[in-house]
Design a protein around this ligand. Structure first.
Ligand code: GDP
Ligand code: MG
Length: 171
């Protein structure tokens, strides 16, 4: 039997956007309110995606690395989740620079990416319209999900990770 493919995924975004909460939600289907914000962890996870078993290594970055560490993480990854918080416009404004850095580092390849607007449950505090997320994702030619690590009825968190695996496997 062929060895199951392995993909390395890294999660990027400003500190506090919910990277750890999203990763934990994806891995355990649970929400954990407080998660050490300085913690950087990698997890292994297997899932069946389109009838193929895929092994994922997921790096949950702390979001406060220096440039050298950040570049190291970018070199390591095959695919990237860029997360912003829909209630934090600054986090949205950090998406494009992160993406340019990725493009620079992965050059000449184009980089498998998904864009996630997290904390969709906090619609009353929204600072970034859904259409803005959609427009940015269209510019970056990547998939876009608005989701919530704490109220993920639609299963969009897993969908985002699975779509990223597919994107990596297509290359
Ligand atoms: P990280 O720094 O990007 O890893 O962010 P964390 O996962 O540590 O989350 C930062 C804060 O946002 C924590 O207080 C979480 O409980 C909260 N949080 C994360 N995701 C969500 C979400 O989808 N909805 C809400 N309401 N809070 C969230
Ligand atoms: Mg974290």
């Amino acid at each position: 039997m062929a060895k199951s493919p392995e993909v390395k995924l890294a999660v990027f975004g400003r500190a506090g956007v919910g990277k750890s909460a999203l990763v934990v939600r994806f891995l355990t289907k649970r929400f954990i309110w407080e998660y050490d914000p300085t913690l950087e962890s990698t997890y292994r996870h297997q899932a069946s995606i389109d009838d193929e078993i895929v092994t994922m290594e997921i790096l949950d970055t702390a979001g406060q690395e220096d440039m050298l560490q950040k570049e190291g993480h970018m070199r390591w990854g095959d695919g990237f989740v860029i997360v912003y918080d829909i209630t934090d416009r600054c986090s949205f404004e950090e998406v494009a620079p992160l993406r340019s850095l990725l493009e620079d580092i992965k050059k000449p390849k184009n980089v498998p990416l998904v864009l996630v607007g997290n904390k969709a449950d906090l619609d009353h505090a929204r600072q970034v319209a859904t259409e803005e997320g959609e427009r940015l994702a269209a510019e970056m030619a990547c998939a876009f999900y608005e989701c919530s690590a704490c109220a993920d009825e639609g299963g969009y968190v897993a969908e985002a990770f699975h779509e990223l695996c597919r994107e990596v496997r297509r290359r």
